[in-house]
Ligand binder design. Structure first.
Ligand code: ADP
Ligand code: MG
Length: 256
């Protein structure tokens, strides 16, 4: 018994929340993730940038096992990703994901969208799930929209609902895959502000984005990917003022 307890404490004591080691992934002949080593610490905000097709979305999708990997390992909180069944559903709850296209259920109200996962996966009772959902909707600034359907909301509001829905599961880490890319320009900030607030509150976050202002102000680390590889990792200050690789210099010269 004592040995088990000690081993558990070791895991809990680690500051590493998400650890990828030598991860490889192919789509047919395309080697889309190549020897990816990436460690994300508890409370860390990592912004992933890189050209289109470099593997950023695939990287996110492997972390909550929407994609399988061919070799290497991924652990979350010291545990390998489960393969299937209830453990996989719990993993998806621990790893919240927000996509470019909000992916809300069109035929459920905003409130129902946020409650659903808590009821099904976390088995929260209905009253408590509703209380939590309303509180989260307030927190992301759409509390007054709770009884509407997604199509009645603006894109920025829908994306904030999607964030509330992921948060309702009590995730250990949140993955954002270009969360503002599909939004009209005037709605980008309202979503980034919610993400900034989450970052300040200590949420562990992986954010794929082209919003360099967000990267500069919220990221602890920038990870630059190209052709399925992590080319460099640095603090935002260092990365933006003094990128080391030619690939990163070239990329930054095109977007800044
Ligand atoms: P990014 O998000 O950086 O733009 P992706 O991870 O979406 O890159 O894609 C990386 C590469 O993998 C691209 O060449 C893309 O066309 C390819 N790809 C992504 N998903 C699939 C899939 N399901 N089947 C085949 N190829 C895919
Ligand atoms: Mg992508």
């Amino acid at each position: 018994m004592t040995e088990v307890a000690v081993a558990k404490e070791d895991v809990a004591a680690s500051d590493d929340l998400v650890v990828l080691k030598s991860v490889n992934k192919h789509f047919g002949a395309l080697h889309v993730l190549q020897e990816i080593d990436l460690t994300i610490g508890r409370g860390e905000v990592v912004v992933v940038i890189g050209p289109s097709g470099s593997g950023k979305s695939t990287l996110c999708r492997t972390i909550n096992r929407l994609e399988t990997i061919d070799s290497g390992s991924i652990t979350i909180d010291g545990k390998p990703l489960p393969q299937e069944g209830k453990a996989l559903a719990r993993l998806r709850a621990d790893v919240g994901m927000v996509f470019q296209s909000f992916n809300l259920f069109a035929h459920k109200t905003v409130l129902e969208n946020v409650m659903l996962g808590q009821l099904k996966v976390r088995k929260t009772d209905k009253k408590k799930a509703e209380e939590q959902a309303r509180a989260l909707l307030d927190r992301v600034g759409v509390g007054s929209q709770a009884d509407k359907y997604p199509a009645q909301l603006s894109g920025g509001q829908q994306q904030r609902v999607a964030i509330a829905r992921a948060l309702a599961m009590g995730p250990k880490v949140m993955l954002f895959d270009e969360p503002t890319s599909a939004l009209d320009p005037e709605m980008i900030n309202e979503v980034l502000e919610v993400m900034q607030q989450l970052a300040r509150e200590g949420m562990t976050m992986v954010v794929v984005t082209h919003e360099m202002g967000f990267a500069r102000s919220a990221a602890n680390r920038v990870v630059f990917m190209a052709d399925g590889r992590i080319i460099e990792q640095a603090s935002p200050e260092q990365f933006f003022s003094n990128p080391r690789s030619d690939r990163a210099k070239d990329f930054l010269s095109k977007i800044l």
